[in-house]
Design a binder for this molecule. Structure first.
Ligand SMILES: Cc1cc2nc3c(=O)[nH]c(=O)nc-3n(C[C@H](O)[C@H](O)[C@H](O)COP(=O)(O)OP(=O)(O)OC[C@H]3O[C@@H](n4cnc5c(N)ncnc54)[C@H](O)[C@@H]3O)c2cc1C
Length: 418
């Protein structure tokens, strides 16, 4: 019987999904080559670490599972249960980056950044013999004698334009989505897989901003300022989310915007636009707001009343004036009701190139219970290129790691059966 060390795995994509799959396969003794078309691996992970890296979330596992949307929840849930938040935290700890749970429940590595974690991870991978071939682009599979794609031979293109064929006993594809293509994930794989007969849902922006056109004077003064602790709602029965929203040159960004973004994106596709209501004071009932607004002093302007009685920032007041068609009402009850639900019409979300993640990808009914492509025996798929979606907060990396571990373990079992 052949040992694991007699087998060669090619992992395509050097993001967190690919590197995790490489670790599992190489730790079991396989020869592993990671193919990455950028000059270095883990570029999106490093980008994610710039604003405080959330590796996973600290809430109980059953709650974590409710954050994911997919067509095959049982498949995704089994993967997340098998390698869940505790395992991710232990893994990070093992790389010299103990984790802590922030006030929001998000789990951060001690340094908050990805750089030390990635450095330690790459050293560990080198230690178990993983070889990274960077500046090498995966193009697909060679044609077999019957003219169909041969799952055991992947075709790559080197930086000098040369094409090579790499033999592989197993392949793990972890090519990511299509957000932030300048760090590598450009979605170029979609057409390759479709040509091989694999169903791939269109990649769409997820966890993205809302485009809202600002007048030049408003943009000049308020871009870069937050609307602190507001609550966003989409329709009476749609999702809602609370937190800080950032006014950006393009419109609005930030946690609550990202949480609503998939629903808003779908509403725009259906109806042409969506109206999001913003509660500028979610901690106070409308009646209490009206009581406070009645304390307006005769000499106070409306802006200073809003600041003095409700603590609204100048940016929040200016933002209300910017998004509302007419002047602010002066009647306290009317104004209070408006401040609890300022309507913002959104006609588009920001482009996928600026989104935190992508929805869509390889349809989950194209893979078996071990994430192997049914049409390509021996080829496994992991990470964001699979069709699942989740909000920000550590859930994206969590599912990336979980599906990568599941795919790599599936690959090991498959090899054992050969
Ligand atoms: C700004 C930002 C902040 C984020 N912050 C967080 C966070 O704090 N917490 C969280 O959970 N998630 C976060 N995310 C999301 C998270 O980074 C991704 O979900 C995760 O990186 C997906 O991992 P992956 O391995 O599936 O794909 P990727 O990380 O995209 O890796 C795919 C790799 O494949 C390579 N590749 C693509 N095509 C080819 C090809 N043809 N040939 C060879 N190589 C190829 C790419 O260059 C890339 O290295 C953030 C994302 C962004 C953009």
């Amino acid at each position: 019987m052949r040992a694991a060390s007699d087998f060669h795995a090619v992992v395509v994509g050097g993001g967190p999904g690919g590197l995790m799959a490489a670790e599992v396969l190489a730790s079991a003794g396989m020869h592993v080559t990671v193919v990455e078309h950028m000059p270095s691996v883990g570029r999106k992970l490093l980008l994610a670490g710039r604003s405080g890296l959330n590796l996973t979330h600290g809430e109980p596992i059953d709650r974590v599972l409710t954050r994911y949307t997919s067509d095959r929840p049982e498949l995704l849930h089994a993967a997340v249960r098998a390698f869940g938040p505790d395992e991710v935290r232990a893994w990070s700890n093992g790389l010299g980056e103990p984790t802590f749970v922030g006030t929001s429940g998000r789990v951060f590595p001690r340094s908050l950044r990805a750089t030390p974690l990635l450095r330690a991870w790459l050293a560990r991978l080198a230690g178990v013999g993983v070889v990274a071939q960077t500046r090498t682009r995966w193009l697909g599979w060679a044609s077999g004698p019957d003219g169909r794609a041969d799952p055991r031979t992947v075709v790559v293109q080197r930086a000098d334009g040369r094409r090579d064929e790499l033999p592989a006993d197993v392949v793990v594809l972890a090519l990511g989505g299509a957000s932030w293509p300048r760090v590598g994930s450009d979605g170029g794989w979609v057409e390759v897989l479709r040509a091989a007969g694999v169903a791939v849902r269109d990649l769409l922006p997820s966890n993205c901003g809302f485009v809202v056109p600002w007048s030049p004077p408003f943009a000049e003064r308020h871009v870069g300022t937050p609307l602190k602790n507001v609550e966003l709602r989409l329709g009476p029965h749609g999702p809602s989310a609370r937190g800080d929203v950032m006014i950006t040159a393009q419109g609005l960004e930030g946690g609550p915007v990202y949480t609503l973004s998939s629903a808003v994106r779908d509403a725009i596709a259906r109806d042409g636009s969506a109206v999001v209501h913003v509660d500028l004071h979610p901690d106070l009932a409308v009646t209490e707001l009206a009581v406070r607004l009645r304390r307006r002093r005769p000499k106070d302007s409306l802006s200073s009343t809003l600041k003095r009685t409700l603590g609204l920032s100048p940016a929040a007041v200016a933002w209300c004036r910017e998004v509302l068609p007419g002047p602010l009402p002066t009647d306290p009850d009317e104004l209070a009701a408006l401040l609890k639900a300022v309507p913002v019409r959104v006609r588009s979300t920001t482009a996928i190139a600026r989104a935190i993640s992508s929805a869509g990808g390889v349809a989950l009914d194209e893979v078996d219970d071990s994430f192997m492509l049914v049409r390509m025996p021996g080829t496994f798929v992991a990470g964001e290129m699979l069709d699942w979606d989740a909000p920000t907060g550590g859930y994206l990396l969590q599912a990336t790691f979980s599906t990568a571990v599941a795919a790599a373990r599936g690959a090991l079992r498959w090899i054992e059966r050969q």
